[in-house]
Design a protein around this ligand. Structure first.
Ligand SMILES: Cc1cc2nc3c(=O)[nH]c(=O)nc-3n(C[C@H](O)[C@H](O)[C@H](O)COP(=O)(O)O)c2cc1C
Length: 440
């Protein structure tokens, strides 16, 4: 199966960031079509019929989410574009923003029109300064052409579009944390319900969508729902960008039809396989909060419906955000978990006790195991603490948002898959792995 580029198709076109080049390739024609020839509800139906599901991780139907927004808003409605992308191992939204900002701006205009939003905000992770500058330039160009602002395409629809920088906090990617931050508050996630469509930013109806999700929208409007629905897996149609990093020869982004490639093909046929003389030890399939997989599990077809979460498939693991991190035998999985838990303990917003206390507790126990001071019983202690935050792939979790499961699942998953390596650390009183720090 070859790569199928839809949203990455134009990333190498010289100066595609400029509105002249973008429009010369058909850019903004989909926005014109939507606004001139379709009602907002027709746009929602088209996107619903296409089967597009949110690429931010939950894989919820995009059109259905839009349909929850009020049809005759009594207060302003808003669209928030989630460009926070802080899941370790994931770097696709950054590329989409930097390489093709007008595609996202056009998708945002169409989505805003469909949900009858008065304004849209693109919430950009603070570190993505280059992407933010490119977006600001694209937005200014679109305003100058009349694609944003007053009376778009003569339809009497007004839209303002702003970028809003975050400060690089992981929790700002969680949609209610994002909204808190956008309002100038601490990014402490809110209890749901009320859901954003009922009560979002400034107490008004709001839809939050991921960058990748909205980048598909112009293509769906231009080519029709049936075209998109016919691509890849009928249950989760379309393509998905896999970001492959770690111990592979050819790391990078690969846009694939969902349900057509196995993890093995992604690693060996697309990412060039492992470094010569090395063998596969572990793979994180979809960003830091997903359960690591072992080499015997990599023949799984990469599609959400193959994984218990989010598609409830047969494989007890998580599909996640496409951030595939490949590790060979020179990686220590205890050290890997320590690295991730240092991140999660730092990023907990601190609002919920199980998360605020549990994440640093897990970090500290993993740290002593890695540093040769692990005690008998530490492994069960880790499982117990993690289980109290969120039982592995169970519907039970003890925190307001899914940050708790985001660190407790991989903790439990890493121990279940690699328990022997944890035990070996404790038995030997040191890390037994010959690490290769050469490639960082
Ligand atoms: C801890 C946490 C971090 C998240 N980070 C991101 C993120 O960086 N980008 C993103 O698009 N969604 C992120 N999400 C998911 C969002 O809450 C939300 O589901 C998504 O933006 C909705 O967009 P979609 O429907 O287009 O997928 C995160 C969720 C959690 C629980």
């Amino acid at each position: 199966m070859a790569e199928h580029r839809i949203i990455l198709k134009d990333v190498d076109v010289p100066n595609i960031q400029d509105i002249g080049v973008y429009t010369s390739r058909g850019g903004y024609k989909a926005a014109e079509k939507a606004l001139k020839t379709m009602t907002p509800d027709e746009v929602i139906k088209e996107v619903q019929d296409s089967g597009l599901a949110g690429r931010g991780g939950a894989w919820f139907s995009t059109g259905t989410k839009w349909s929850f927004m009020p049809k005759e808003p009594k207060v302003p409605s808003y669209l928030c574009v989630n460009a926070d992308e802080s899941e370790p191992g994931t770097f696709k939204d950054r590329q989409l923003i930097e390489q093709n900002p007008h595609q996202l701006v056009e998708g945002t205009i169409i989505a805003a029109y469909a949900i009858r939003a008065r304004a849209a905000y693109i919430y950009v992770r603070g570190e993505m300064a280059e992407g933010m500058r490119g977006l600001d330039r694209a937005i200014a160009q679109a305003y100058a052409k009349g694609y944003i602002g007053k009376n778009l395409f003569g339809k009497g629809y007004d839209l303002d579009l702003y970028t809003h920088p975050g400060a690089g906090a992981y929790i700002c990617g969680e949609e209610t944390g994002l909204m808190q931050s956008l309002e100038g508050k601490r990014a402490e996630p809110r209890v749901k319900p009320p859901f954003p469509a009922q009560r979002g930013i400034f107490g008004c109806p709001t839809t939050v969508n991921n960058v990748q999700t909205l980048s598909y929208v112009p293509h769906i409007i231009a080519n029709g729902a049936a075209w998109f629905k016919g691509i890849g897996n009928p249950k989760y149609p379309g393509t998905f960008i896999f970001c492959i990093s770690g111990h592979v020869k050819n790391p990078g982004l690969f846009e694939m039809e969902l349900g057509t490639a196995t993890m093995r093909q992604l690693i060996y046929d697309y990412a060039g396989g492992l470094r010569d003389g090395h063998e596969l030890k572990a793979v994180i399939p979809g960003g830091a909060s997903t359960l690591p997989m072992t080499p015997d599990q990599i023949d799984i077809v990469m599609s959400p419906d193959q994984f218990l979460l989010p598609g409830r498939g047969p494989f007890k693991g998580m599909f996640g955000t496409g951030g595939i991190i490949v590790m060979d035998e020179t990686a220590c999985v205890v050290d890997m978990l320590l690295n991730l838990m240092q991140f999660f303990a730092h990023e907990s917003c601190g609002q919920c006790t199980p998360c605020r206390e549990g994440a640093p507790w897990i970090r500290d126990v993993v740290k002593r195991i890695e540093h040769g001071q692990g005690k008998l019983g530490d492994i069960d202690l880790l499982l117990n603490v993690a289980d109290n935050v969120a039982g592995l792939l169970s519907p039970r979790y003890s925190t307001i948002c899914l940050f708790g499961p985001a660190f407790s699942y991989p903790t439990q998953g890493t121990i279940l898959a690699f328990r022997e390596e944890f035990e070996e650390h404790i038995r030997q009183g040191r890390c037994p792995i010959q690490k290769d720090k050469g490639i960082g």
